[in-house]
Design a protein around this ligand. Structure first.
Ligand SMILES: Nc1ncnc2c1ncn2[C@@H]1O[C@H](COP(=O)(O)OP(=O)(O)O)[C@@H](O)[C@H]1O
Ligand SMILES: [Mg+2]
Length: 345
């Protein structure tokens, strides 16, 4: 075990964090993004924010809103991929009382809710084409009419969008309407993946641990662990780093996150092929749903249950758990990997 600790003090973090921004990082790439956000906050032009999942697109949108003159009006985030198609119109535009059975009172849609503020269309590429047509009309006219209503209400909304897809390519493939694309994609903001700005990782670790400090008492990382964290590729970007740190602080025995406390997502464990990870995951899933059929499956499910219980009872202290279970720490860790025990809540 390496007990030397990487030191970044709270004051240093406060020094490098511009007070108005929640998008952290010291890399040239992130500084450029922040400078662009500050400029974009001065106007109401539509922006499409591009970047991989977990790269900070929503945070960037919130920063644009918070720094703009609209800051005191609502920021309304909408996950376009999560709304059932048959509810989209009423969710976006609202419903007039009596428009259909169950509509017992007038209800505002997202546009009205965001009046004076910002409407954030997350995963905008997932909008069905029929809905794209209706959205374009509302944006062009600056007015919405509730479903079943007659009156048109003027709305003043700034539209920010985000997507992990290439919207221009979606247009070429006829998945996204060109007219709406031109309307929304006036300015592009690109958030670089975390692996392209690794120098931000130490600061992000410190800030993310401070943020979750109320949950755990763990706020330091050994330099060996930090080295590993800086070498990882983060397909899930900052969100993934956040999850790794949350798990690690649950496992860290002495308030210091060390190499052994780092558990990367399935498929990235050293020495485990993706095929065996799949079978482990499948086993864990069947154990969870109590569908274990064969004797080996049942034994595995039972073993998993016992280990999870023991870990919980011992507040995730692995050394203690191992000795109580009568196995070595190494055996415990091996079993945890094999049984896919890493997501305990
Ligand atoms: N630069 C950053 N500084 C601090 N936290 C960040 C940063 N980028 C992302 N996060 C955090 O990571 C998580 C994922 O960010 P989010 O904006 O939701 O990503 P996306 O919308 O691109 O999927 C959030 O909890 C967010 O607060
Ligand atoms: Mg998001």
């Amino acid at each position: 075990m390496n007990s030397s600790v990487a030191h970044i003090t709270t004051t240093e973090v406060a020094d490098v964090l511009p007070p108005d921004f929640s998008l952290l990082g010291q890399s040239a790439a992130i500084r450029a993004v922040r400078a662009q956000i500050a400029r974009l906050a001065e106007s109401s032009v539509p922006v499409v924010i591009y970047g991989e999942s977990g790269a900070g697109k929503e945070l960037a949108a919130r920063d644009i809103h918070a720094l703009s003159a609209r800051a005191n009006a609502p920021f309304v985030p909408v996950n376009c991929g999560a709304i059932p198609e048959n509810l989209m119109e009423s969710e976006f535009f609202g419903v007039r009382r009596g428009a259909f059975t169950g509509a017992v009172e007038d209800r505002s849609g997202f546009f009205q809710a965001a009046h004076g503020g910002t409407l954030f269309l997350d995963e905008v590429a997932e909008l069905p084409v029929a809905m794209q047509v209706k959205l374009l009309r509302v944006i062009q006219e600056g007015k919405v009419r509730k479903l079943g209503g007659a009156r048109e209400d003027v709305i003043d909304v700034r539209i920010l969008c985000a997507t992990h897809r290439n919207l221009a390519q979606e247009v070429r493939q006829n998945h996204f309407r060109q007219d709406l694309y031109y309307r929304l994609n006036v300015i592009e903001l690109h958030l670089p993946p975390l692996r392209d700005r690794r120098e931000d990782i130490p600061l992000l670790c410190e800030a993310l641990l401070l943020k979750q400090e109320s949950l755990t008492k763990c706020s330091t990382i050994s330099s060996a662990a930090l080295t590993i964290l800086m070498a990882h590729d983060y397909p899930g970007n900052v969100r993934e780093l956040q999850n790794i740190l949350e798990r690690a602080s649950a496992f860290a025995s002495d308030g210091v996150i060390d190499v052994d406390d780092l558990i990367f997502g399935p498929g990235t464990w050293l020495g485990i092929s993706s095929a065996s990870v799949d079978s482990v995951t499948a086993t864990a899933a069947s154990a969870k749903t109590n569908k274990a059929e064969t004797l080996p499956e049942k034994v595995k499910a039972f073993e998993r249950e016992l280990i999870v219980q023991a870990l919980r009872k011992n507040r995730f202290r692995q050394t203690r758990t191992a000795s109580i279970l009568g196995i070595s720490l190494r055996q415990l860790r091996y079993r945890m990997q094999r049984l896919n025990i890493h997501d305990l809540d």
